[in-house]
Design a protein. Structure first.
Length: 487
């Protein structure tokens, strides 16, 4: 295994980097620990006799402000790249609410007294954080300032605490600025009124503050990465699956050698000119020889990851709901989000059947992390039977997967700790670290792809770009034009 350019991790960021390099005539070697490429965006194939079910590991809708990314994927998938209507709702206290929150719907469902309390709390918050300039130092401050205490607790604070496993008062405001910047109760109401006055008509490239359609591949998000992998192998790029770095040697200014363990356990040493790493940053630091300074290792030890558990059910049932996703903010419900894959594409399930993907957020020390699939099914089934979603009799088979290092935890200290690590890593001049795991930054699929593309340009052009500027728009994270396909 020899390569001037070594890419660690075959998720969206790493594969996009390899793809762009290949298009410019540059070969690389991609190393992936799993036996399937695509990272958290892979699609799994479940065969039950003659029936085939497809599922992402958590479905990924695609939206972006970058037309290049739409063209990038369309060139790979052609007619498989399809536009899908979005329906995402929250299930709170036995009722469905659109997500993100639609104020008029909330007012209708909760009645006049609580509606008045929402408006009163919002006015009070605007006085405190607006007129009197109370600083917003936590996620809790941010959502209370923009939605008022009552509405913030109704669907934002509780769900956010469910994701991260820590109190909203200990979550960095970066999380709110990245995900909901530019949204507040007033902007939501104004958006509803404007849409009603326009008759719901929107231009094809009009920014959608509440994205109501997205692109999705006919046979799952993983098709993007399967096609990238096919192209790379055809062009001579090596993709080494079931392989992983075990030691990364450096001289303080650059990486000089990387030891790779293959599927047979044999170690191969590579001497790359460039290293692009998209594996978990905290794990990468432990591979370095010599180790980073104690201050860097201490900072890394303080960074936390949230893991996920996925329960996938195949069902003898035509349909459960029309939703792509359903969110469950209530803290007494053990799971956080569900999705029905056939609502992304009918080709994800056999005719007359459906499937259900259930997501749990967890730390690896939580009791649920030790449960087997039957125990997890027993945990969730009473909820779905009570709500009329499905019964045990409808369940064909059950599948359970667990993934570490899914969400980088934005606690109040994460930014300072990450700054210490990044300052030291910048000394390694031939290292580029990208993607959600590589940069310890929550990114969507499109931003990871864009990071990979920019990383390739850094190598090709011999210059640096600000990778942290990607996806850091000062506005709601899901704003952006939904482009039409090229003709």
């Amino acid at each position: 295994m020899q390569s001037d350019i070594l890419i660690l991790g075959a998720g969206p960021a790493g594969l996009a980097c390899a793809m762009e390099l290949s298009r410019k005539g540059k070969k690389s070697t991609v190393v992936e620990k799993d036996d399937q490429i695509g990272g958290l965006a892979k699609t799994l194939t479940i065969r039950e006799g003659n029936d085939v079910f497809l599922t992402d590991i958590g479905p990924h809708r695609f939206f972006s402000k970058n037309q290049y990314l739409y063209d990038f994927i369309e060139d790979l998938l052609h007619e498989e790249w399809r536009q899908v209507p979005r329906l995402t709702r929250q299930f709170i206290d036995g009722k469905f609410y659109d997500y993100p929150v639609k104020a008029l719907q909330v007012f209708k469902n909760i009645g006049p007294w609580k509606s008045f309390k929402i408006l009163f709390d919002y006015a009070l918050a605007r006085l405190r954080f607006g007129l009197f300039k109370k600083p917003m130092t936590t996620f809790e401050d941010y959502v209370v300032a923009n939605f008022g205490r009552t509405l913030a607790e109704f669907s934002m604070i509780n769900y956010t605490e469910k994701i991260w496993g820590i109190k909203a008062s200990t979550i960095h405001p970066d999380w709110a600025k990245q995900r909901i910047h530019g949204l507040n109760l007033w902007s939501v109401v104004v958006n509803v009124v404007k849409n009603a006055l326009s008759g719901g008509k929107k231009g094809k490239a009009t920014p959608k503050s509440l994205v109501d359609q997205f692109y999705y591949p006919q046979f799952g998000t993983g098709r993007i990465y399967e096609e990238i992998g096919k192209h790379l192998r055809d062009e001579g790029t090596t993709i080494a699956t079931r392989s992983e770095p075990v030691k990364v040697r450096h001289d303080g200014t650059k990486i000089t050698a990387v030891d790779i363990k293959g599927p047979d356990g044999a170690i191969t040493t590579v001497h790359p000119q460039h290293v692009v790493e998209s594996v978990p940053l905290t794990a990468f630091l432990k591979l370095l020889d010599p180790p980073p300074p104690p201050a860097v290792l201490e900072a890394a030890a303080g960074l936390k990851w949230r893991a996920q558990i996925y329960l996938f059910l195949t069902l003898d049932k035509e349909s459960i709901s029309p939703d792509n996703w359903i969110y469950f903010p209530n803290q007494d419900i053990p799971f956080g989000r569900t999705s029905e894959m056939k609502n992304f594409s009918k080709d994800m399930c056999p005719p007359g059947k459906t499937s259900f993907f259930i997501e749990f957020f967890a730390f690896e020390t939580d009791p649920i992390w030790q449960m087997n699939q039957d125990q997890v099914l027993d945990l969730v089934l009473p909820y779905f039977e009570q709500w009329g979603f499905f019964t045990r009799k409808d369940v064909r088979k059950t599948y359970l997967w667990k993934r570490q290092h899914v969400y980088p935890v934005y606690d109040l200290e994460y930014k300072d700790r990450l700054g210490v690590i990044q300052q030291w890593l910048e000394q390694l001049q031939n290292l580029i670290y990208i993607g959600r795991p590589g940069r310890f930054r929550y990114t969507n699929q499109d931003h990871s792809l864009e990071m990979g593309i920019v990383a390739s340009r850094m190598i090709l052009e011999g210059r640096k770009y600000d990778l942290d500027a990607i996806g850091a728009e000062n506005e709601y994270f899901e704003k952006g034009p939904i482009y039409e396909k090229r003709i």
